[in-house]
Write a protein that binds this ligand. Structure first.
Ligand SMILES: [Zn+2]
Length: 351
């Protein structure tokens, strides 16, 4: 696993430049009798077709963020035995997980459930370039399944569901005037203090969904206004980001914000629903029991929500400390990669 993870990392694949790695993954899996191998752009999908009662999807992105200023590739190992860690771009996010997928795809010739392995491009960039999003449009059947595991780094814990996110622009208006005769105007920036006051006073909820507690947040993330150094501004725009628990739809979240900002025009600029953890389903419960430990909620928005959108309950579970993702000293304990492989192998090989 150490050599495989290192080899995957050493094929540099910053978003937009995944072809070489996608070719390597495709070459490694095609020609294996137990797999059907499919390709869409720089995404590779391999699946068994054994006619099992259930199908599990194991998915991971093959792109990474750019290298550190002092290039952190090729990879290198420090420590040995149980202490060994693989350093370099992609080791945590998320080629340790991709190595697990690839090893399982190659070696599990007769899994107890049908398995679809998804290796996709464009996750670390804007949503329009996301390979999983593309496939859900071009070949939704490739993603079909009863349960999905995204092998994003969670340090071996199961993280279920995720919060949704919505961004709105709230506008205050005033009357422009020369600042020497300010009483002739009405200051839109001062007016914004009313909005900021509502945000400051707001107490975010903690919401329990399917047994996990999701912590919401509501924040101003940008403010814009002002015309010149001698003009009373007639317009100010506060951009607000609301991270909402997965029991609310984007429409619910929007209604909540419109109510909070009553009296001011609200424009939605983008929104994405969250995902329920789905930990009430038998397959998900069996998975959690196999991995052990308490499942945790995910606060950030992840591709788990894309599976949720197409009706496939999904969780994150993979090797590597998520706090080290994208960092200059990205590194994964190789024991975590092996442990993830062994647990998934056990889950997919048992009776
Ligand atoms: Zn990732």
């Amino acid at each position: 696993m150490a050599a495989l993870t290192a080899a995957l990392c050493d094929i540099e694949s910053v978003s937009g430049d995944e072809s070489r790695l996608a070719d390597a993954v495709e070459a490694a899996l095609s020609g294996r009798e137990h797999l059907e191998v499919l390709r869409d752009g720089d995404a590779v999908v391999a699946r068994t077709r054994l006619g099992r009662a259930e199908r599990v999807v194991l998915a991971g992105h093959i792109d990474t963020v750019p290298l550190a200023a002092t290039p952190n590739l090729p990879t290198w190992v420090t420590g040995d035995g149980q202490e060994a860690e693989l350093h370099g771009r992609g080791t945590v996010d998320m080629k340790g997980g991709v190595a697990v997928q690839l090893a399982l795809a190659a070696s599990l010739t007769a899994p107890n459930r049908d398995v679809t392995y998804v290796f996709y491009d464009g996750e670390e960039v804007e949503s329009e370039r996301n390979g999983l999003r593309r496939i859900s449009g071009t070949h939704p059947d490739w993603l079909a399944g009863d349960f999905a595991v995204l092998l994003e780094p969670t340090a071996g814990a199961v993280e279920g569901g995720c919060n949704g996110t919505i961004r709105v622009e709230v506008e205050t208006s005033g009357v422009a005037a020369h600042s020497a005769r300010a009483w002739m105007g009405h200051n839109a920036i001062h007016e914004a203090s009313t909005l900021l006051g509502r945000l400051t006073a707001y107490e975010p909820l903690q919401v329990e969904v399917d047994g996990l507690v999701y912590r919401e947040s509501l924040n101003a993330v940008r403010i814009a206004g002002g015309v010149a150094g001698n003009v009373i501004p007639d317009r100010c725009v506060v951009t607000v980001n609301y991270r909402f628990a997965p029991n609310k739809s984007p429409a619910d979240a929007e209604a909540h914000l419109r109510e909070l900002f009553t009296g001011y025009p609200v424009t939605v600029t983008d929104a994405a629903g969250g995902a329920r953890p789905g930990l009430d389903q038998p397959l998900a419960l069996a998975f959690v029991a196999m991995v052990g430990g308490e499942p945790l909620p995910k606060y950030g928005w992840t591709d788990v929500a894309r599976f949720s959108e197409i009706g496939v309950p999904a969780v994150n579970y993979g090797p590597g400390d998520p706090l080290l993702a994208h960092s200059d000293d990205e590194r994964v304990p190789l024991t975590q990669v092996r442990e993830c492989l062994e647990r998934l192998r056990g889950w997919l090989s048992g009776a």
